[in-house]
Design a protein around this ligand. Sequence first.
Ligand code: 4NP
Length: 160
Amino acid sequence: MEQSTSVLFVCLGNICRSPTAEAVFKQKAAAAGLDLVIDSAGTHGYHIGNPPDKRSQAAGIERGYSFKGLKCRRVEQEDFEKFDYILAMDNSNLSNLREMSSPQYHNKIKLFLEFANVDGANLQELEVPDPYYGGKRGFELVLDLIEQASDGLIAHIKAL
Ligand code: 4NP
């Protein structure tokens, strides 16, 4: 049997942006009938074992996404071998991932928002801004960007 395409979302803390991406993309992939391996992790280990940030959960749940069972973990070396797509939320995550990994894996590491325009959208942003120290609007923007990039990534994977 052919192995499922696998996607790892990565941010700094794995409590705001990447778990949101995991929750949104899991739901959208299931709705699109795609059977994928989907996970998230952080480049740094400030919150290992914790559930996603309450503000991220509140904003996501309001839009119908589930954060059940998600727990913060750090990126591990095996992730670079295991996942087909390793998608960073911002340029700092991207450069950290490249520094952590052997060059043979660098082609898997991309900015998530590179996929935002695959299905015809016209998004200018390439980074999902860190909402941790800001207000509620930051969490809504995270969701807006992630929903758009998830739709694009689904279109991309469907076309493979
Ligand atoms: P995230 O947000 O990278 O989207 O999960 C952050 C979470 C925690 C911290 C920074 C960003 N922190 O400094 O603890």
